[in-house]
Design a protein around this ligand. Structure first.
Ligand SMILES: [Zn+2]
Ligand SMILES: [Zn+2]
Length: 218
């Protein structure tokens, strides 16, 4: 099911976008468009700045997915996974990824991030996404230290809670600081047991998951 969605998404996005984020980044740098092209900065600083800024955009987009009804219709597919494993990180409705494209491309242009920085962000983001969905119970000391800067699996597992308002917290993917800064942080660690999934959506098939955004509840 999660693997099926991932394959479908790879196919759909490959057709619609391919490597369009990199082409857009190349264009922005060539045309000197975007914030990062205003000042002269060493490449490493540009890469770090782009990773931080694009992670903030991802935080905002994720928060909007929980706030705006039509976006939640797509995003609930991600939350409907009753289990919480690395493959949950691949479980997204293609509609959610397509809707996020203009936001992602717009952010790359606004920033004027070079293709290398976009690639670095994609690598860091993909790694963080897969790790934080892994049901990994880190040793408490390392978890506490890591959690000051990064989103740990326990922090994101709290976001996947079946019930309660914690689902509308812990939106960040790479840096946990965004949630602390914007007041959407719920502390958690590997000792906290979380019942994950969504009520009434424990057994959805691939076809049902794809139809969820247009499904009208009885
Ligand atoms: Zn979410
Ligand atoms: Zn998630």
């Amino acid at each position: 099911m999660n693997g099926g969605l991932w394959l479908l998404n790879a196919l759909v996005l490959g057709i619609v976008c391919g490597a369009c984020a990199f082409s857009v980044a190349d264009w922005a740098v060539r045309e000197h468009v975007g914030l990062l092209n205003v000042a002269t900065m060493p490449t490493w600083l540009t890469v770090v700045a782009a990773i931080i800024a694009l992670d903030l955009v991802s935080y905002g987009w994720h928060r909007a997915n929980h706030r705006i009804g039509v976006l939640w219709r797509f995003h609930q597919v991600h939350h409907s996974d009753p289990t919480f494993t690395t493959s949950t990180g691949l479980r997204f409705h293609p509609g959610e990824l397509l809707l996020s494209l203009p936001i992602r491309l717009g952010a790359v242009v606004l920033l004027g991030a070079p293709a290398a920085a976009v690639l670095a962000f994609e690598v860091v983001f993909t790694f963080a996404n897969l790790v934080e969905h892994g049901d990994i119970d880190l040793p408490q000391r390392s978890e506490r230290i890591l959690g000051h800067l990064f989103v740990t699996p326990a922090l994101h597992r709290r976001h996947h809670t079946r019930m309660g308002r914690a689902r509308d917290t812990n939106f960040a993917t790479v840096f946990s600081g965004w949630d602390r800064l914007f007041g959407t942080y719920t502390a958690s660690d590997s000792t906290v047991a979380v019942d994950t999934g969504l009520p009434g959506l424990s057994q959805v098939t691939l076809a049902e998951a794809l139809a969820l955004p247009i499904h009208v509840r009885q």
